[in-house]
Design a protein around this ligand. Sequence first.
Ligand code: ADP
Ligand code: ASP
Ligand code: MG
Length: 396
Amino acid sequence: MNIIVQKYGGSSVADTDKIKKIAEKISKRVNEKLKLVIVVSAMGKTTDNLIKMSKEISANPEPRELDMLLTTGEQVSISLLSIALNEIGVKSVSLNAFQAEILTTNDFNEARIIDIKTDKIHSLFEENDVIIVAGFQGITNEGDVTTLGRGGSDTSAVAIAAALKAKCEIYSDVDGIYTVDPRLHPKAKKLKYVAYDEMLEMASLGAKVLHSRSVEIAKKYGITLYCAATFSNEEGSYVMEENIEQPLVTGLSVMDNQTQVVITNLPVDYTFVNKIFQSAANENLNIDMISVIGNGSSLNISFTIIDDKKAKIDEALARLSKDYGEYNVHYYSGFSKISVVGVGMRSSSGVAAKFFKAMGGIPVKLVTTSEIKISALVEEAHKLEAVKSLTDIFEL
Ligand code: ADP
Ligand code: ASP
Ligand code: MG
């Protein structure tokens, strides 16, 4: 059986006309004697609106209840798409995560897929050509509904493709992977091939075109991802093993809403550093761009978090202060993290020099590097200037 997994994002299923158009597109593939698993997101801004409604009632909704709410979005779009397909004579059936047996951890709002049973999908293909599965959602061993984190439908699709050993195509409102988000830089170039490691960095550094967990799974199981636009025939991009000929820098990603946390005047006690990161991990907080500087008599620590996690980290630090006495914590918001990524950096020198040449007089607050990326924290007001000069200098 020749199976393909396709995923359509929120903007692709934003209204019933679009859903009908997607049904037509899918029917053409069915005519090529393919069986298709279609993963869809919630319609348009549904998930944002559901979150907004919950916040009108509570600033901190119970994570379990939030997931119960958010998963309704995908249930609307899977059923409408199935109705549209059956209407034009394509045999299809829709499944939520419970029915498709997408087993996850019980980390509500950020669950990870543990296993996907494929027996049901295989047996449904005996009677159907298309099986539509709700993206973004899962089910725990205890039968609770979970979600995989914002943008998680990509991960649903890739995990299903891995379980079925099928090809995976991701369709959205952009016709491929670009060197930079084309909304930020109109002259961004489309990449034909992107290596897994590059895409992983780009996604986790802010390029929301793919959920970073989806790229992790694709890499682990060797699934080539084809990313293209839903409503155009433009050739898209492939995310796959790296080529021999990789450019120095492949892409640039931007992540907004960054807060720098600066803790000063700490006693020189490195167990505290350990405690900070431990308590952040316990709260599932993502900490980045860490710097620890000791000047002999005291320690200064600085790191970044996403703005809306400020309250949580503040609580954690307040708890720790009971054991470690007085220290000063400052929060500075309004930053963006700008990163350049490329597996070609592994074998080249002088990338940092070029990076800072591009930054010119822009004040850089923090820098982190890995083998294949350089990230800088800059004020949001300098973001576009930095994007422009980095894309120029690295010929993106
Ligand atoms: P979907 O709803 O289909 O999942 P998303 O909105 O999550 O789509 O992702 C597509 C968006 O990702 C594009 O509209 C684009 O603005 C953004 N994007 C960010 N970085 C990149 C990049 N490097 N290449 C292409 N698109 C990018
Ligand atoms: N509907 C979910 C979201 O908006 C999942 C997704 O779009 O991938 O985050
Ligand atoms: Mg998305």
